[in-house]
Design a protein around this ligand. Structure first.
Ligand code: UTP
Length: 452
């Protein structure tokens, strides 16, 4: 559009938005300079109007037609098959057929505005960022198994530039060529009447399409082919906000290999019946994850004959997929979930307001019912799950730091060693050790006069 042109966007774009009842998106067009017009037109061009119209209409339809809910048989932490699984997982890692996938495209609204979540400091003493913490695991595992483990990271418009700049500034954490970014799709937020929310006069309030968007992003972004070229058959998936996660757990990988599972999940016992966590269950006979809001309280509280919660296996969002499963899932539509959230925006007069809005997301765990031989493996929360979600209180920087330090202390005491009293001496980064086994090796190296 030339600056001499009328204060209108391209006719086709405008017509599409008008037909969808969304032409207010361009209400402030005449007030925008050329650059902002171009940006708004670009953004508007990415909106799938038919999809958002349908999602708004169906937002309250509910996805469950009351399927029968039954417990799912989880592989327990003391399962007799663990030893064999470990060997199979070590073999897979040693053959170089494992890659990592991290989802880091979320907006981190609960944590608050600022840098991407992955840039937040979690090293209890060093202040190392979440990205560095995970990058050290990639490095450590690559060294340990003799293969450069390829690592795909999903970002979104909300944070891709800042994330890529961080990696560049940090010299790719020593992983140049081993890391590939993919970008997920964004969707507009809609107000209570189905109108697209404007963040400001020249911008639509968009949000990423949920961690389920990773399937499409990996395919469309070329990462599945990239993994295939590198011989990767299994993808270990984790969320950027959990520093304790161990993507190279040979036992988990080994069960996946041995049982020819297309997707698997790690679970921990719920802390209490009403903990706000999705649980792995059978839904109408098929495995899946039920969100805590969907589990009736009576069922949430029910116990089995051993006194355990019948529906007590919380999903910690650590999965393994086969690459071929993700290839098969390309183009398959995960169900949509609508979340009601307050979104910073403007009203029709252009005044800044908080708009009660609907945001639409897909969740990766909704792929579970589609996977052949899905399995779930019990792990320990203290070892593997301490997500950074909130600025204060539960799952906040304070609790994450405490969880990292407590785990290190436990590693010392499990080996019959005394942990340093001084917390400043207590940080063990993933490059030194990322689980009890690698910690025992680290201690051995140090005792043997290694370079640490
Ligand atoms: P959460 O659902 O906790 O979202 O994401 P969030 O963005 O981190 O935080 P809130 O809800 O806005 O406060 C769990 C993981 O999934 C990723 C996040 O980056 C995080 O690692 N995620 C979430 C995506 O990659 N894309 C999304 O659209 C949503």
């Amino acid at each position: 559009m030339s600056s001499a042109g009328p204060p209108q966007p391209e006719p086709e774009l405008l017509a599409a938005f008008r037909d969808a009842g969304q032409e207010h998106v361009f209400a402030f067009w005449s007030e925008l300079d050329e650059a902002r017009r171009a940006e708004l037109a670009r953004q508007a061009g990415t909106v799938d109007l038919a999809l958002v119209t349908r999602l708004f209409r169906e937002a309250d339809a509910g996805r469950l037609a009351n399927p029968e809910i039954a417990p799912f048989p989880v592989i327990g932490a003391d399962d007799a098959g663990r030893g064999r699984a470990r060997a199979a997982g070590q073999d897979a890692l040693g053959r170089g057929v494992v890659g990592f996938v991290t989802v880091a495209g979320g907006q981190a609204t609960r944590l608050g505005f600022g840098p991407p979540k992955g840039a937040r400091a979690v090293g209890p003493v060093s202040g190392k960022s979440l990205f560095r913490w995970h990058a050290e695991k990639v490095q450590a595992t690559s060294l340990r198994y003799g293969h450069a483990i390829p690592w795909a990271i999903m970002t979104s418009d909300a944070n891709d530039r800042a994330t890529e700049e961080l990696f560049e500034a940090e010299g790719w954490f020593g992983l140049e060529g081993q890391v590939r970014f993919v970008r997920q799709q964004m969707l507009p937020a809609m107000d209570g009447t189905g109108r697209i929310v404007l963040q400001d006069a020249g911008r639509i309030a968009m949000s990423p399409n949920g961690h389920g968007g990773v399937i499409d992003a990996l395919g469309r972004g070329g990462a599945l082919d990239w993994f295939a070229e590198r011989g990767v058959e299994y993808l270990s998936y984790f969320q950027v906000d959990n520093p304790l996660v161990n993507p190279a757990d040979p036992v988990f990988l080994g069960f996946q290999v041995e049982r020819e599972s297309e997707m698997s999940a790690k679970v921990v016992r719920k802390r209490d019946p009403l903990e706000k966590a999705g649980v792995v269950v059978l839904l109408g006979g098929r495995p899946g994850v039920l969100e805590y809001t969907e589990l009736p309280e009576e069922l949430a509280r029910s116990e089995d004959s051993d006194g355990h919660l019948r529906f007590g296996w919380a999903n910690i969002a650590a999965h393994v997929f086969t690459r071929t499963f993700l290839e098969r899932m390309q183009g398959w539509a995960l169900p949509w979930h609508a979340a009601r959230k307050s979104v910073p925006g403007i009203d029709q007069e252009g005044r800044a307001v908080h708009v009660p809005a609907l945001k639409f997301e897909t969740f990766i765990f909704d792929a579970i019912p589609e996977a052949r031989n899905f399995l779930a493996l019990e792990t320990s929360r203290e070892e593997e799950f301490a997500p950074l979600k909130n600025a204060e209180g539960e799952n906040s920087p304070v609790t994450v730091r405490a969880a990292i330090l407590a785990r290190t202390r436990r590693w010392y005491s499990t080996l019959g060693l005394r942990a340093p009293e001084d917390p400043d001496l207590l940080e063990i980064g993933p490059l030194e050790a990322y689980d009890l086994e690698t910690f025992a090796e680290y201690v051995g190296r140090v005792a043997g006069g290694g370079q640490e």
